[in-house]
Design a protein around this ligand. Sequence first.
Ligand SMILES: O=C(O)CCC(=O)C1=CC=C[C@@H](O)[C@@H]1C(=O)O
Ligand SMILES: [Mg+2]
Length: 369
Amino acid sequence: MSIKQLKLRKLIMNLKHPFTTSFGTIQEKEFFITEAIDVDGNHGFGESVAFSSPWYTEETVATNQHVMEDFLIPILQTNKMNHPDEVSKLFKPIKGNNMAKAALEGAVWDLYAKQKGISLAEALGGDKKQIDVGISIGIQSSVEALIEVISQSVEAGYKRIKLKIKPGWDLEVLQEVRSHFPDTLIMADANSAYTREDIDHLKKLDELHLMMIEQPLAHDDIVDHAKLQAVIHTPICLDESIHSLEDTRKAFELGSCKIINIKIGRVGGLTEAKKIHDFCLEHDIPVWCGGMLESGIGRAHNIALTTLPQFILPGDTAGSANYWEKDIIQPEVIAENGVIHVPDSPGIGYEINKDALDEFTEWVKVFKF
Ligand SMILES: O=C(O)CCC(=O)C1=CC=C[C@@H](O)[C@@H]1C(=O)O
Ligand SMILES: [Mg+2]
Protein backbone atom coordinates (compact mmCIF):
# COMPACT_ATOMS: atom_id res chain seq x y z
CA MET A 1 0.00 0.00 0.00
CA SER A 2 2.27 2.75 -1.25
CA ILE A 3 1.88 6.12 0.43
CA LYS A 4 3.05 9.07 -1.67
CA GLN A 5 2.52 11.86 0.80
CA LEU A 6 1.38 12.51 4.35
CA LYS A 7 -0.28 15.72 5.52
CA LEU A 8 -0.25 16.77 9.14
CA ARG A 9 -2.87 19.39 9.84
CA LYS A 10 -3.28 21.22 13.14
CA LEU A 11 -6.85 22.24 13.97
CA ILE A 12 -8.57 24.15 16.74
CA MET A 13 -12.29 23.67 17.29
CA ASN A 14 -14.44 25.21 19.96
CA LEU A 15 -16.80 22.89 21.86
CA LYS A 16 -20.45 23.99 21.98
CA HIS A 17 -20.42 23.50 25.75
CA PRO A 18 -17.46 23.27 28.13
CA PHE A 19 -16.82 19.66 29.24
CA THR A 20 -15.91 19.32 32.94
CA THR A 21 -14.43 16.21 34.52
CA SER A 22 -12.73 15.49 37.86
CA PHE A 23 -9.48 16.78 36.32
CA GLY A 24 -10.59 20.04 34.71
CA THR A 25 -12.61 21.76 32.00
CA ILE A 26 -12.12 21.55 28.24
CA GLN A 27 -13.60 24.26 26.00
CA GLU A 28 -11.26 24.42 23.04
CA LYS A 29 -9.98 21.27 21.39
CA GLU A 30 -6.65 21.41 19.54
CA PHE A 31 -5.73 18.28 17.62
CA PHE A 32 -4.20 16.93 14.41
CA ILE A 33 -5.82 15.50 11.35
CA THR A 34 -3.49 13.14 9.52
CA GLU A 35 -3.98 12.43 5.82
CA ALA A 36 -2.21 9.62 3.95
CA ILE A 37 -2.35 9.98 0.16
CA ASP A 38 -1.46 7.27 -2.39
CA VAL A 39 -0.45 7.45 -6.06
CA ASP A 40 -4.02 6.72 -7.20
CA GLY A 41 -5.38 9.74 -5.37
CA ASN A 42 -6.95 7.91 -2.42
CA HIS A 43 -6.95 9.89 0.83
CA GLY A 44 -7.01 8.23 4.26
CA PHE A 45 -7.75 10.30 7.37
CA GLY A 46 -6.90 9.91 11.04
CA GLU A 47 -7.19 12.09 14.15
CA SER A 48 -5.06 12.65 17.24
CA VAL A 49 -7.03 12.67 20.49
CA ALA A 50 -4.58 13.96 23.12
CA PHE A 51 -5.61 17.09 25.00
CA SER A 52 -3.57 20.28 25.41
CA SER A 53 -2.65 19.34 29.00
CA PRO A 54 -1.54 15.94 30.36
CA TRP A 55 -4.45 15.48 32.76
CA TYR A 56 -6.25 12.50 31.23
CA THR A 57 -3.02 10.63 30.44
CA GLU A 58 0.52 11.93 29.97
CA GLU A 59 0.26 12.67 26.24
CA THR A 60 -0.47 16.18 24.98
CA VAL A 61 -0.95 17.92 21.65
CA ALA A 62 2.68 19.07 21.82
CA THR A 63 4.05 15.59 22.58
CA ASN A 64 1.91 14.14 19.78
CA GLN A 65 3.44 16.58 17.30
CA HIS A 66 7.00 15.92 18.50
CA VAL A 67 6.64 12.13 18.40
CA MET A 68 4.84 12.08 15.05
CA GLU A 69 7.23 14.46 13.28
CA ASP A 70 10.50 13.29 14.78
CA PHE A 71 9.96 9.53 15.12
CA LEU A 72 6.81 8.03 13.66
CA ILE A 73 6.49 9.75 10.28
CA PRO A 74 10.17 8.97 9.46
CA ILE A 75 9.39 5.28 10.22
CA LEU A 76 6.49 5.36 7.75
CA GLN A 77 8.63 7.18 5.17
CA THR A 78 11.33 4.51 5.23
CA ASN A 79 9.28 1.31 5.40
CA LYS A 80 6.95 -0.42 2.94
CA MET A 81 3.71 -1.97 4.15
CA ASN A 82 1.15 -4.40 2.77
CA HIS A 83 -1.43 -4.06 5.52
CA PRO A 84 -2.26 -1.50 8.25
CA ASP A 85 -1.63 -4.17 10.92
CA GLU A 86 2.07 -3.67 10.15
CA VAL A 87 2.04 -0.05 11.37
CA SER A 88 1.90 -0.95 15.07
CA LYS A 89 4.76 -3.44 14.58
CA LEU A 90 6.87 -0.75 12.89
CA PHE A 91 6.08 1.68 15.74
CA LYS A 92 6.94 -0.83 18.47
CA PRO A 93 10.49 0.47 19.14
CA ILE A 94 8.94 3.80 20.17
CA LYS A 95 7.67 3.39 23.72
CA GLY A 96 4.25 4.69 24.77
CA ASN A 97 2.86 7.71 22.90
CA ASN A 98 -0.15 5.67 21.86
CA MET A 99 -2.29 8.63 20.79
CA ALA A 100 0.44 9.81 18.40
CA LYS A 101 0.72 6.29 16.98
CA ALA A 102 -3.04 5.90 16.60
CA ALA A 103 -3.36 9.23 14.77
CA LEU A 104 -1.09 7.96 11.98
CA GLU A 105 -2.25 4.34 12.00
CA GLY A 106 -5.85 5.56 11.60
CA ALA A 107 -5.01 7.36 8.34
CA VAL A 108 -3.33 4.20 7.03
CA TRP A 109 -6.38 2.07 7.94
CA ASP A 110 -8.75 4.49 6.17
CA LEU A 111 -6.46 4.58 3.12
CA TYR A 112 -6.31 0.76 3.06
CA ALA A 113 -10.11 0.42 3.18
CA LYS A 114 -10.46 3.02 0.39
CA GLN A 115 -7.88 1.21 -1.75
CA LYS A 116 -9.89 -2.01 -1.30
CA GLY A 117 -13.16 -0.18 -1.97
CA ILE A 118 -14.67 -1.39 1.32
CA SER A 119 -15.88 0.37 4.46
CA LEU A 120 -13.50 0.73 7.40
CA ALA A 121 -15.98 -1.33 9.44
CA GLU A 122 -15.71 -4.17 6.90
CA ALA A 123 -11.92 -3.86 6.77
CA LEU A 124 -11.88 -4.34 10.55
CA GLY A 125 -14.23 -7.33 10.35
CA GLY A 126 -17.30 -5.65 11.82
CA ASP A 127 -20.75 -6.34 10.46
CA LYS A 128 -23.24 -4.28 12.48
CA LYS A 129 -25.28 -1.98 10.27
CA GLN A 130 -26.17 0.28 13.17
CA ILE A 131 -24.72 0.87 16.61
CA ASP A 132 -26.27 1.86 19.93
CA VAL A 133 -24.75 4.88 21.61
CA GLY A 134 -24.93 6.67 24.93
CA ILE A 135 -23.83 10.11 26.01
CA SER A 136 -21.20 11.38 28.44
CA ILE A 137 -22.29 14.34 30.55
CA GLY A 138 -19.71 16.49 32.30
CA ILE A 139 -19.92 17.94 35.81
CA GLN A 140 -22.51 20.76 35.84
CA SER A 141 -22.82 23.95 37.87
CA SER A 142 -25.68 22.54 39.97
CA VAL A 143 -27.69 19.35 40.45
CA GLU A 144 -30.69 21.10 38.84
CA ALA A 145 -28.63 21.88 35.75
CA LEU A 146 -27.47 18.25 35.64
CA ILE A 147 -31.05 16.92 35.90
CA GLU A 148 -32.00 19.20 33.01
CA VAL A 149 -29.15 17.95 30.77
CA ILE A 150 -29.99 14.33 31.63
CA SER A 151 -33.67 14.94 30.79
CA GLN A 152 -32.70 16.28 27.36
CA SER A 153 -30.42 13.31 26.74
CA VAL A 154 -33.05 10.77 27.82
CA GLU A 155 -35.56 12.59 25.60
CA ALA A 156 -33.10 12.40 22.68
CA GLY A 157 -33.09 8.63 23.15
CA TYR A 158 -29.46 8.01 24.16
CA LYS A 159 -29.16 4.37 25.29
CA ARG A 160 -27.33 5.13 28.51
CA ILE A 161 -26.19 8.15 30.46
CA LYS A 162 -22.62 8.52 31.71
CA LEU A 163 -22.04 11.05 34.47
CA LYS A 164 -18.72 12.43 35.58
CA ILE A 165 -18.12 12.23 39.32
CA LYS A 166 -15.44 13.42 41.75
CA PRO A 167 -15.15 13.67 45.54
CA GLY A 168 -17.86 16.12 46.64
CA TRP A 169 -19.88 15.52 43.43
CA ASP A 170 -20.80 11.88 43.77
CA LEU A 171 -23.11 9.98 46.13
CA GLU A 172 -25.62 12.72 46.92
CA VAL A 173 -25.73 13.95 43.34
CA LEU A 174 -26.25 10.41 42.05
CA GLN A 175 -28.98 9.75 44.67
CA GLU A 176 -30.81 12.84 43.47
CA VAL A 177 -30.37 11.78 39.84
CA ARG A 178 -31.58 8.25 40.64
CA SER A 179 -34.72 9.57 42.29
CA HIS A 180 -35.57 11.52 39.10
CA PHE A 181 -34.58 8.70 36.72
CA PRO A 182 -35.32 5.40 38.53
CA ASP A 183 -35.09 3.17 35.44
CA THR A 184 -32.51 4.92 33.26
CA LEU A 185 -29.25 3.11 32.52
CA ILE A 186 -26.71 5.28 34.33
CA MET A 187 -22.97 4.88 34.86
CA ALA A 188 -20.38 7.07 36.56
CA ASP A 189 -16.84 7.99 35.43
CA ALA A 190 -14.40 9.23 38.09
CA ASN A 191 -11.33 9.70 35.87
CA SER A 192 -9.13 8.34 38.69
CA ALA A 193 -10.29 10.86 41.31
CA TYR A 194 -10.30 8.41 44.26
CA THR A 195 -7.75 6.38 46.23
CA ARG A 196 -7.94 3.19 48.27
CA GLU A 197 -8.75 5.37 51.31
CA ASP A 198 -12.11 5.95 49.62
CA ILE A 199 -13.09 2.29 49.31
CA ASP A 200 -15.76 2.45 52.06
CA HIS A 201 -17.20 5.57 50.43
CA LEU A 202 -17.23 3.96 46.98
CA LYS A 203 -19.05 0.88 48.38
CA LYS A 204 -22.03 3.15 49.04
CA LEU A 205 -22.45 3.60 45.28
CA ASP A 206 -23.78 0.02 45.11
CA GLU A 207 -27.22 1.21 46.29
CA LEU A 208 -27.59 3.24 43.06
CA HIS A 209 -27.62 0.25 40.68
CA LEU A 210 -25.21 1.84 38.27
CA MET A 211 -24.29 -0.08 35.12
CA MET A 212 -20.65 0.42 36.09
CA ILE A 213 -18.17 2.80 37.65
CA GLU A 214 -15.39 3.83 35.29
CA GLN A 215 -11.78 4.29 36.45
CA PRO A 216 -12.40 5.17 40.10
CA LEU A 217 -8.75 4.76 41.19
CA ALA A 218 -5.36 5.86 39.85
CA HIS A 219 -4.79 6.21 36.11
CA ASP A 220 -1.98 3.63 36.21
CA ASP A 221 -3.44 1.16 38.70
CA ILE A 222 -4.83 -2.34 38.30
CA VAL A 223 -3.94 -3.72 41.76
CA ASP A 224 -6.12 -1.53 43.99
CA HIS A 225 -8.92 -1.73 41.40
CA ALA A 226 -8.89 -5.52 41.96
CA LYS A 227 -9.21 -4.97 45.72
CA LEU A 228 -12.09 -2.56 45.14
CA GLN A 229 -13.86 -4.86 42.66
CA ALA A 230 -13.70 -7.67 45.26
CA VAL A 231 -15.80 -5.62 47.71
CA ILE A 232 -18.29 -3.77 45.49
CA HIS A 233 -21.11 -5.20 43.40
CA THR A 234 -21.06 -2.40 40.83
CA PRO A 235 -18.92 -3.55 37.91
CA ILE A 236 -15.69 -1.58 37.51
CA CYS A 237 -14.84 -0.47 33.96
CA LEU A 238 -11.22 0.41 33.24
CA ASP A 239 -10.34 3.28 30.92
CA GLU A 240 -7.04 5.09 31.67
CA SER A 241 -5.27 1.95 32.98
CA ILE A 242 -5.62 -0.06 29.76
CA HIS A 243 -3.09 0.69 27.00
CA SER A 244 -2.76 -2.70 25.35
CA LEU A 245 -3.86 -6.29 25.04
CA GLU A 246 -1.27 -7.15 27.72
CA ASP A 247 -2.81 -4.66 30.17
CA THR A 248 -6.22 -6.17 29.41
CA ARG A 249 -5.00 -9.70 30.11
CA LYS A 250 -3.38 -8.64 33.40
CA ALA A 251 -6.48 -6.74 34.54
CA PHE A 252 -8.62 -9.76 33.67
CA GLU A 253 -6.34 -12.18 35.53
CA LEU A 254 -6.25 -9.92 38.61
CA GLY A 255 -10.00 -9.28 38.57
CA SER A 256 -9.44 -5.51 38.35
CA CYS A 257 -12.59 -4.88 36.30
CA LYS A 258 -15.58 -6.53 34.66
CA ILE A 259 -15.88 -4.18 31.67
CA ILE A 260 -13.36 -2.47 29.36
CA ASN A 261 -13.68 0.92 27.68
CA ILE A 262 -11.70 0.69 24.42
CA LYS A 263 -10.40 4.02 23.10
CA ILE A 264 -8.47 3.78 19.85
CA GLY A 265 -6.04 6.56 20.80
CA ARG A 266 -5.31 5.26 24.30
CA VAL A 267 -4.38 1.79 23.02
CA GLY A 268 -2.22 2.93 20.08
CA GLY A 269 -4.60 2.34 17.20
CA LEU A 270 -7.21 0.13 15.58
CA THR A 271 -5.01 -2.96 15.34
CA GLU A 272 -4.45 -3.08 19.12
CA ALA A 273 -8.09 -2.11 19.75
CA LYS A 274 -9.14 -5.12 17.70
CA LYS A 275 -6.82 -7.42 19.64
CA ILE A 276 -8.30 -6.21 22.93
CA HIS A 277 -11.76 -6.71 21.49
CA ASP A 278 -10.93 -10.27 20.42
CA PHE A 279 -9.55 -11.13 23.89
CA CYS A 280 -12.69 -9.73 25.53
CA LEU A 281 -14.91 -11.67 23.13
CA GLU A 282 -13.09 -14.87 24.02
CA HIS A 283 -13.31 -14.19 27.76
CA ASP A 284 -16.84 -12.83 27.81
CA ILE A 285 -15.87 -9.33 28.97
CA PRO A 286 -18.29 -6.67 27.69
CA VAL A 287 -16.63 -3.73 25.93
CA TRP A 288 -17.74 -0.33 24.71
CA CYS A 289 -16.08 2.41 22.71
CA GLY A 290 -14.98 5.48 24.64
CA GLY A 291 -14.78 9.01 23.26
CA MET A 292 -12.23 11.82 23.42
CA LEU A 293 -14.45 14.69 22.22
CA GLU A 294 -13.42 13.86 18.66
CA SER A 295 -14.23 15.70 15.46
CA GLY A 296 -16.15 13.75 12.85
CA ILE A 297 -13.05 11.94 11.59
CA GLY A 298 -12.17 10.36 14.94
CA ARG A 299 -15.87 9.77 15.53
CA ALA A 300 -16.13 7.86 12.23
CA HIS A 301 -13.24 5.61 13.33
CA ASN A 302 -15.07 4.94 16.63
CA ILE A 303 -18.24 4.03 14.73
CA ALA A 304 -16.36 1.57 12.50
CA LEU A 305 -14.70 -0.09 15.51
CA THR A 306 -18.01 -0.40 17.34
CA THR A 307 -19.36 -2.66 14.56
CA LEU A 308 -17.26 -5.52 16.03
CA PRO A 309 -19.44 -8.04 17.89
CA GLN A 310 -18.21 -7.69 21.50
CA PHE A 311 -19.11 -3.97 21.61
CA ILE A 312 -22.29 -5.01 23.39
CA LEU A 313 -22.64 -1.91 25.58
CA PRO A 314 -23.53 1.54 24.21
CA GLY A 315 -20.43 3.74 23.87
CA ASP A 316 -19.72 7.48 24.20
CA THR A 317 -20.00 8.23 20.46
CA ALA A 318 -22.79 10.83 20.54
CA GLY A 319 -23.79 12.78 17.41
CA SER A 320 -21.63 15.62 16.01
CA ALA A 321 -24.17 18.23 17.11
CA ASN A 322 -23.63 17.29 20.75
CA TYR A 323 -20.12 18.77 20.50
CA TRP A 324 -19.81 21.11 17.51
CA GLU A 325 -21.70 23.94 15.81
CA LYS A 326 -20.17 22.62 12.59
CA ASP A 327 -18.25 19.37 12.10
CA ILE A 328 -15.50 18.73 9.50
CA ILE A 329 -17.33 15.82 7.84
CA GLN A 330 -20.46 15.63 5.73
CA PRO A 331 -22.96 14.40 6.47
CA GLU A 332 -22.31 14.94 10.16
CA VAL A 333 -22.70 11.99 12.55
CA ILE A 334 -26.35 11.73 13.51
CA ALA A 335 -27.52 9.76 16.53
CA GLU A 336 -31.28 9.25 16.39
CA ASN A 337 -32.90 7.59 19.38
CA GLY A 338 -29.43 6.50 20.45
CA VAL A 339 -28.72 4.76 17.14
CA ILE A 340 -26.10 5.65 14.52
CA HIS A 341 -26.40 4.07 11.08
CA VAL A 342 -23.00 2.80 9.95
CA PRO A 343 -22.04 4.22 6.55
CA ASP A 344 -21.12 1.59 3.94
CA SER A 345 -19.16 3.70 1.45
CA PRO A 346 -15.38 3.09 1.30
CA GLY A 347 -13.18 3.94 4.28
CA ILE A 348 -14.57 6.03 7.13
CA GLY A 349 -17.70 6.52 5.02
CA TYR A 350 -18.07 10.27 5.51
CA GLU A 351 -16.84 12.98 3.12
CA ILE A 352 -14.60 15.75 4.37
CA ASN A 353 -16.26 19.15 4.63
CA LYS A 354 -13.31 20.98 3.06
CA ASP A 355 -14.52 24.48 3.91
CA ALA A 356 -14.96 23.55 7.56
CA LEU A 357 -11.61 21.75 7.59
CA ASP A 358 -9.88 24.84 6.22
CA GLU A 359 -11.76 27.13 8.58
CA PHE A 360 -10.45 25.28 11.66
CA THR A 361 -6.94 24.62 10.31
CA GLU A 362 -4.03 26.48 11.95
CA TRP A 363 -1.31 25.06 9.71
CA VAL A 364 -0.49 22.13 7.40
CA LYS A 365 2.83 20.33 6.94
CA VAL A 366 3.49 18.00 4.01
CA PHE A 367 5.82 14.99 4.25
CA LYS A 368 6.89 13.37 0.97
CA PHE A 369 7.50 9.62 0.76
O1 LIG B 1 -18.23 12.25 24.54
C1 LIG B 1 -17.05 11.86 24.56
O2 LIG B 1 -16.29 11.95 23.57
C2 LIG B 1 -16.55 11.22 25.81
C3 LIG B 1 -16.18 12.24 26.76
C4 LIG B 1 -15.55 11.62 27.98
O3 LIG B 1 -16.24 11.06 28.79
C5 LIG B 1 -14.15 11.74 28.16
C6 LIG B 1 -13.41 12.45 27.29
C7 LIG B 1 -12.09 12.77 27.60
C8 LIG B 1 -11.53 12.45 28.78
C9 LIG B 1 -12.35 11.97 29.83
O4 LIG B 1 -12.84 13.02 30.58
C10 LIG B 1 -13.49 11.17 29.28
C11 LIG B 1 -13.40 9.76 29.62
O5 LIG B 1 -12.67 9.48 30.56
O6 LIG B 1 -13.99 8.87 29.02
MG1 LIG C 1 -13.28 7.58 31.17
